[in-house]
Design a protein around this ligand. Structure first.
Ligand SMILES: Cc1ncc(COP(=O)(O)O)c(C=O)c1O
Length: 390
């Protein structure tokens, strides 16, 4: 990922290079997970398999998300779940109806994916690569990427499909849909399937946004995925899950083996959910981190940021510069950020996404950005040290 570091500034205390701020990995694991790890001290501590169906973790998730354990499908991250479940679901929905089979053979759109245009690209990209039809609904940066739910409704009036919505969205960082908007759609379009990817939802205070997971018990056409990679800071451990109707969970289970998550994964997942102080703590850290990034970037002319509720901030050059140039220059200094390849006929050259790190890492990132763009980060004022590169 990193080319040789050519222009590395000395890393200040609290920053270790290379620094990956490109994949949205959460920063802090719950203290309960560290306490659990300390209990592993003997060479015999890893000798036993986990429970075959990971019942302790499924039950802890079910209790936290107010559903029955039969609604919980567990896997090593939500990436593998999306990869397994989406093609399976689309195939199932196409085969359910001879009309859809015909449409699929003729136009590849027997059961299309319907998704906002600027989102977690793996899903629409993989679907398009697999020959599936993808219907993109525009999001407008001029409107802070607000999602037009009425437009989605009009699209569904023309025929069902799998609606995939990341909420809050990656990479824009905003909530796209709320419970009172989703429920009427779930009721009006029983033939459609709605997949809400709540990968970042725990960064949002539930008193300001009611999460959607527990609706799966009422609506069989709803699927909600969550991960421990971000808000629980456990990307290294790989735990993700899907909440769905029990028959779909059983069908997915049939395709994989038991003992899927190891004892450590299972134990860390349970410990994470039991640590009541963790989520309020990381929400506050994320709020501070976003403010730090907004304040730092606001000093750089020709650059716009968007309001985020997650652990990353989307930026855009408004003066013709390209995100990829910034990425290359930062990579030479040992810092990775995310930029976006053209997708489905749209280019995102001007954009870049910064994952929040520790306060010292955010400060280091901001100083490097200011420096490579030709601005001093000192004194809180824009001070061009040379003409900004274009
Ligand atoms: C929206 C979204 N969903 C799912 C994933 C996959 O996460 P994981 O496989 O770590 O659970 C990501 C990773 O970036 C993501 O951004």
């Amino acid at each position: 990922m990193f080319s040789p570091i050519q222009d590395r500034a000395p890393a200040p205390v609290g920053v270790t290079l290379p620094l990956n701020l490109g994949l949205n990995d959460g920063t802090y694991a719950p203290q309960g997970c560290i306490d659990l790890m300390r209990r592993y001290t003997e060479r015999t501590d890893f000798r036993n398999y986990s429970s075959p169906d990971n019942a302790p973790l499924r039950e802890a998730i079910a209790a936290a998300d107010q559903v029955g354990p039969e609604h919980v499908f567990l896997h090593n991250g939500t990436g593998p779940i999306l990869k397994l479940a989406i093609p399976y679901l689309l195939k199932q929905r196409v085969l359910d109806s001879p009309r859809r089979v015909l449409r699929h053979v003729v136009k590849r759109d027997g059961f299309p994916i319907i998704t906002p245009r600027f989102t977690y690209s793996k899903v629409p990209k993989k679907a398009a690569e697999g020959g599936m039809h993808v219907d993109m609904l525009a999001l407008d940066p001029g409107d802070d990427f607000r999602f037009d739910v009425a437009r989605l409704e009009r699209r569904l009036e023309r025929g069902p499909g799998l609606v995939y919505i990341v909420n809050p969205n990656n990479p824009t960082g905003n909530l796209l849909i709320q419970r009172p908007e989703l429920i009427p759609l779930l009721e009006r379009f029983p033939e459609a399937r709605f997949w809400i990817d709540e990968a970042y939802v725990q960064y949002v205070d539930p008193s300001t946004h009611e999460y959607l997971g527990n609706l799966v018990a009422r609506y069989p056409n709803l699927l909600v995925s969550r991960t421990f990679s971000f808000a629980y800071g456990l990307a290294a451990v790989r735990i993700g899950y899907l909440l769905a109707k029990p028959s779909f969970v059983t069908e997915l289970e049939r395709q994989l083996t038991d003992y899927r998550l190891g004892t450590l994964q299972e134990g860390l997942g349970v410990a994470a959910l039991e640590d009541a102080e963790h989520l309020p703590f990381i929400r506050e850290q994320a709020r501070l981190g976003r403010d730090q990034i907004y304040a730092g970037l606001s000093r750089i002319p020709g650059l716009q940021t968007f309001p985020s509720q997650a652990n990353f901030v989307l930026g855009r050059f408004t003066d013709g510069r390209r995100g990829a140039e910034l990425q290359t220059k930062l990579r030479q200094r040992g810092v990775a950020i995310k930029v976006f390849a053209p997708a489905n006929g749209q280019s995102y050259d001007a954009y870049f996404r910064l994952t929040l790190g520790l306060p010292a890492e955010n400060e280091f990132l901001l100083a490097q950005i200011a420096d490579v763009l030709g601005y001093s980060a000192h004194a809180g004022l824009p001070r061009p040290t040379s003409a900004p590169s274009r």
